[in-house]
Ligand binder design. Structure first.
Ligand SMILES: O=P(O)(O)OC[C@H]1O[C@H](O[C@H]2O[C@H](CO)[C@@H](O)[C@H](O)[C@H]2O)[C@H](O)[C@@H](O)[C@@H]1O
Length: 447
């Protein structure tokens, strides 16, 4: 059995997660995949010797299957609750056509580019017929049965969270800020900033983004959070003595802007010159494509085609994939109307979640409930880590049905805002109630 780098099984060479890392042979897999049953990271051609012994290439630590302390059939992560196991209902979700493998390989990136961002619901309704719209709504409702809204199921979430410490991981674009045409204008609202600030008072909170850490910091401007940029390849985390963190070759102790001691972990630091070179070249070679934007995210490069005429998307893809062929240590992944060029290392947002939990001293504890909220394919790595370790859960932000490892859903950043506010209300009520109980208890003792 072959596995894709997103850890899904490959069926006939196609990744079941639709992540476009599909391939039918090991040779190609070596180029695009970092994880498989055979664990074939091609150390020779990828020249990862300098990383030898680096935990970034190590297998994930096996984790207890019963961390939530609930019977497995009661956890949101139980096989019985797995969204795609038995019902087959997900077949209603439009999927990429699978023809001959050769066709798939030739067209797969273009198909992925076309499918890479859900149509905005409003637009969708304007352009599709009533019966199509009914079908779309029915598919969404069916999907929601398997991925309940984190708002309507809030009582369930707080029931899991009782006596546990929630740790919150938040994606930025499409989660805290709405998707907009100009990536430089993806500002978060002041209401969202206030809610994130509040939530961070009660729970350790980290933002894990595909953007550079500096850029996401600039957007968010909250010093009480932890930040991971470049899809987790640039983490500034809390300072805590931890052999498994301190011994990482690319992890150093430093101070943040407030002079606080922190850990800085950059597992792809050796790629920095290469990424800068790639950014310059891709910038140059897409200059003539109207609407194309190339963004330097420090350890990865984003090539945006949201504002490019659809007729030219193939050209964008051709140039990016063609150029990257000469860089066997880089890969291209798909985001929302964006091609992400990034190093092939065994590190992603899921690993970043594990790193931050470890730095916080909250790994391997049954009384910790990590929650990850995100909207993108790259967030699936984090959803998967939480689901597989049975520790916490993902919340997918989406207005359309999607295959996902997240357990709950929210439709858009406005619902994320409501969810964060609900968490704050619940926690402050809980703390208030426990303070009152303590006072009553103390008065009782006195008399
Ligand atoms: O991990 P994230 O925080 O979700 O970052 C992923 C990418 O987000 C940004 O692009 C996306 O949002 C833009 C602004 O709304 C939008 O114009 C673009 O089409 C989306 O793909 C960001 O610009 C990328 O660098 C991030 O990798």
């Amino acid at each position: 059995m072959l596995y894709c780098s997103c850890n899904e099984k490959l069926s006939g060479g196609i990744c079941l997660m639709d992540c476009m890392h599909n391939s039918s042979d090991k040779k190609t897999l070596k180029r695009y995949h970092t994880t498989s049953e055979d664990n074939f990271i091609d150390l020779e051609s990828m020249d990862l010797k300098s990383n030898h012994g680096s935990p970034v290439l190590a297998d994930p630590v096996p984790l207890s299957k019963s961390r939530l302390g609930l019977p497995s059939n009661m956890t949101p992560f139980s096989p019985a609750a797995a969204p795609y196991s038995s019902s087959g209902l997900y077949l209603q979700i439009p999927r990429r056509k699978v023809g001959k493998l050769d066709d798939v390989r030739a067209n797969s990136w273009l198909d992925a580019m076309k499918a890479s961002s859900p149509p905005r619901k409003k637009l969708n309704k304007d352009f599709i017929s009533v019966s199509q719209s009914d079908e779309t709504d029915a598919a969404y409702r069916t999907w929601m049965m398997n991925h309940p809204s984190a708002l309507t199921a809030f009582h369930q979430i707080t029931a899991y969270a009782k006596y546990k410490k929630i740790v919150l991981f938040l994606d930025y674009d499409g989660t805290l800020s709405p998707i907009v045409d100009n990536p430089d204008h993806a500002f978060m609202s002041s209401a969202m900033r206030a809610a994130v600030k509040e939530v961070a008072k009660y729970f350790p909170t980290a933002i894990i983004s595909g953007r550079s850490r500096g850029k996401v910091n600039e957007f968010v401007r909250l010093s009480e959070l932890y930040y991971a940029g470049s899809h987790g390849m640039d983490i500034m985390g809390p300072m805590r003595e931890s052999p498994s963190v301190d011994d990482l070759p690319d992890c150093i102790r430093t101070t943040d802007e407030q002079g606080k001691e922190v850990h800085l972990f950059q597992p792809a630091s050796e790629f920095l010159p290469m990424i800068n070179e790639v950014f310059d070249s891709l910038n140059d070679m897409t200059k003539d494509i109207v609407g194309a934007i190339v963004e330097n995210n420090k350890f990865c490069v984003s090539v945006h085609y949201r504002n490019v005429d659809e007729k030219m998307w193939e050209e964008v893809g051709k140039r990016v994939f063609g150029f990257i062929k000469d860089y066997p240590r880089l890969q291209v992944t798909h985001g929302r109307k964006v091609l992400e060029v990034r190093p092939i290392i065994d590190w992603n947002k899921g690993k970043a979640v594990e790193f931050l939990l470890e730095s916080l001293g909250l790994s391997h504890r049954d009384d910790v409930l990590p929650i990850y909220v995100g909207d993108d394919r790259t967030d699936e790595d984090a959803f998967k880590v939480l689901r597989d370790s049975n520790r916490g859960f993902g919340i997918l932000v989406s207005t359309v049905p999607k295959e996902t490892k997240a357990f709950y859903s929210l439709s858009d950043p406005s619902e994320v805002l409501e969810f964060l506010k609900s968490l704050v209300r619940w926690k402050s009520f809980e703390s208030g109630a426990s303070d009152t109980l303590q006072i009553i208890f103390a008065i009782g003792l006195k008399y």
